[in-house]
Design a protein around this ligand. Structure first.
Ligand SMILES: Cc1cc2nc3c(=O)[nH]c(=O)nc-3n(C[C@H](O)[C@H](O)[C@H](O)COP(=O)(O)OP(=O)(O)OC[C@H]3O[C@@H](n4cnc5c(N)ncnc54)[C@H](O)[C@@H]3O)c2cc1C
Length: 645
């Protein structure tokens, strides 16, 4: 039933895709050509952070920068560039045990051409499901497959990062703000289709490479949702980028409104700089190990070379200044361990000679956990479900091809971040605090880092100022979708889990995926928060004026009412938010960190980690804006260190 749309879509997208190719030079060089250069800095991973650092360092003309990226450049490629693309395809897989939020593009995710195809070990807490852990394997990394939402967390959360780093000030809000501003190019609001729901320009950056702005098109189920949330005392906020994200916001997205295409680190940081003679990128090159100079010098181990594999052949490339590891939350710990840096006991089990005993490597894994409540709408609404109608799909394709606008360039705009007390009806936020305390009491072997984090988390819950949950209105169905019907889904998630997971090597073969133990929902508190969200979501739908639009609740089934039944449903149906982080944490040495506040791996003098794995704690936000900001700031740190030699 959806086939004609998909087919037509690819045909029609061709012209737009061709247009893009002229503005981005392919990085394709052979390994021999790549190795013909001498490099000051080798960056492993051409993803969100890696390409940002590559662009910034190559601004210094006398520096030579080499990047190794396992995937390839996908420009032009409609699967990547079209914000919605095969929205309807994604609903075909819905109703299975892996509910994916609707904004995910299943031509990308779950497709080995773009995705690393990793997943967690099945666990009792996940109803024995192996949870897919999506990660981009292409130039642009996960920024090229993500949902494009653009948010910052709250000031006290970055203050928490600062506290975990001896209050160096580097990673506080004030330390990061110049880099949030530097990274983004805020575009004017399009014609305000929804008065009173437009974001303001407070604390926005206007000159950066990543174009961001609000949606240009809204489903007609959005206004009654906003009115209802406001009537439930959930305010609309207009300055969500100001360091206080609590409230309902018209979320910004990284979409170029002129072309209607995704903005990722490839389009923002690589394409404009592809012609630089001092920047060379080898795509299709998988780094396998970082090599160090013999013996430990005064500053620690010195990284000298990187081994990599390309087309089944092995090579080694030298870096005279630094090696920068930007391979993301799962591959960064894997590569550290394969290189002899990690928990010495674990490394020995795999026959790896430990060069540095850093037990924090691969630990501290944290992730947002989401659950959906789906409602069928009364007739008369237009939602993403309309793509099941071939006439609508054809019309939208034409609009998209002619203008870069319409539903194919739209995302879900209504995003709410809230502390427990604001959103939850029963039990009160106080009892969730009790649940948090009870979960902590059940934990054994709490590390000093986890202890410090839990103290922060407790103060956030009891203070009631920091968002603990996120709720996104999806103008479409996610589960058991019937063609011709329209739906609204409330996608709700836990922001600061108690559960901590891990990722470690599973083999000494660098091509074997690491073992991810998510431990999702192992702490009762985490499941309890989702339970409260499942109890709250029907309240939104049953409250006026939205109630007039709702025909029925589709999922969870209305007969699931007891706590036990709903918790079982949560374990069977939850999805991860793809905001996993923390596996090479930037935390003081005493607390068991992996990198210092300059992002240098403890015990080394010139190996930095710059990617989402250094985030010390989970944030109540989508992560990419902070990843870009960290990469921007780290680039300045590297330039400064170079100049002061
Ligand atoms: C499906 C999905 C949806 C998301 N939605 C949002 C959203 O809407 N908003 C938001 O803010 N955040 C979102 N996120 C999160 C955000 O995109 C990520 O946190 C962020 O992009 C991570 O950046 P990174 O630099 O750490 O890693 P990545 O961007 O993943 O980069 C790592 C790079 O390293 C490469 N690599 C890995 N191993 C090797 C190796 N051995 N050799 C060479 N190269 C290697 C990879 O191919 C990749 O290009 C989403 C993430 C996903 C996956």
């Amino acid at each position: 039933m959806y086939f004609p749309f998909t087919l037509l879509f690819y045909l029609s997208i061709l012209a737009r895709s061709r247009g893009q190719s002229s503005v981005c030079k392919s990085p394709l060089v052979s390994p021999a050509e790549f190795l013909a250069e001498q490099y000051d800095y080798i960056i492993i991973g051409g993803g969100t952070a890696g390409l940002t650092v590559a662009a910034r360092l190559s601004e210094v003309v006398n520096l030579s920068i080499g990047v190794l990226e396992a995937g390839y450049l996908h420009i032009p490629d409609a699967n990547v560039s079209t914000p919605v693309c095969d929205h309807r395809n994604s609903t075909q897989v819905k109703g299975t045990d892996t509910q994916r939020p609707a904004d995910y593009n299943t031509n990308l995710t779950g497709n080995p051409e773009y995705d690393w195809m990793m997943s967690t070990d099945p666990q009792v807490s996940t109803a024995n499901r192996s949870i897919p852990q999506l990660r981009g394997k292409l130039m642009g990394g996960s920024s090229a497959i993500n949902s494009m939402a653009w948010t910052r967390a709250s000031i006290p959360e970055y203050a928490g990062w600062d506290a975990l780093n001896n209050y160096s000030g580097e990673w506080s809000w004030d330390g990061l703000l110049p880099y949030f501003l530097k990274s983004e190019r805020r575009k004017p609001n399009p014609v305000p289709r929804l008065p009173g729901f437009m974001p303001s320009y407070y604390e926005d950056g206007f000159l950066g490479p990543v174009e961001v702005g609000p949606n240009a098109l809204y489903s007609d189920i959005v206004p009654p949702y906003i009115d209802t949330m406001n009537q439930l005392d959930i305010p609309t906020i207009y300055d969500a980028m100001s360091g206080n994200i609590s409230g309902l916001t018209n979320v910004l997205v990284a979409i170029d409104r002129e072309t209607g295409t995704r903005v990722d680190s490839s389009t923002a940081h690589y394409c404009p700089n592809a012609g630089r003679p001092n920047l060379r990128i080898l795509s299709g090159a998988t780094a396998t190990r970082i090599l160090f100079q013999d013996g430990i010098g005064e500053g620690g181990l010195r990284a000298t070379d990187v081994s990599f594999m390309s087309n089944n052949s092995y090579y080694t490339v030298n870096a005279t200044q630094e090696v920068i590891l930007s391979t993301g939350v799962f591959k960064t710990p894997q590569l550290l361990e394969l290189s002899g840096i990690g928990n010495a006991t674990l490394l020995k089990e795999f026959g790896i000679d430990p060069l540095l005993d850093l037990p924090g490597v691969g630990e501290n894994l944290q992730e947002h956990i989401f659950i959906t409540t789906d409602f069928e709408l009364n007739g008369g609404y237009t939602t993403f479900d309309n793509f099941s109608n071939p006439a609508f799909a054809a019309e939208q394709m034409e609009i998209y091809n002619n203008t870069g606008g319409g539903w194919l360039a739209a995302t879900s705009p209504a995003v709410t971040f809230l502390p427990h007390a604001a959103l939850l009806v029963s039990p009160s936020s106080a009892s969730l605090l009790d649940s948090f305390d009870a979960s902590l009491a059940q934990l054994s072997n709490v590390t000093p880092l986890a202890q410090a984090q839990y103290e922060l988390q407790r103060s956030w819950i009891s203070g009631g100022q920091i968002p603990e949950v996120e709720t996104i209105q999806l103008p479409e169905g996610v589960v058991d979708v019937v063609a011709g019907q329209n739906y609204m889904t409330v996608l709700s998630g836990l922001m600061h889990p108690v559960s901590r997971g891990s990722v470690h090597i599973n083999s000494t073969n660098p091509l074997v995926a690491p073992r991810i133990i998510g431990n999702y929902l192992t702490a009762d508190y985490d499941a309890q928060v989702l339970l409260e969200l499942l109890r709250f979501n029907p309240k939104i739908a049953l409250s006026p004026p939205l109630s007039a639009s709702i025909a029925s609740q589709v999922s969870p089934p209305a007969d699931l009412q007891s706590d036990d039944d709903l918790i079982s449903f949560i374990r069977e149906a939850f999805a991860v938010g793809d905001h996993v982080l923390g596996t090479a944490a930037m935390v003081s040495k005493e607390l068991g960190g992996v990198v210092d506040e300059k992002l240098v791996v403890y015990g080394t003098e010139n190996l930095r980690v710059i990617d989402v794995s250094v985030f010390p704690t989970e944030l109540a936000a989508h992560l990419q804006a902070t990843v870009y900001a960290i990469a921007e700031k780290a680039s300045d740190m590297i330039k400064l260190a170079y100049q002061s030699q």
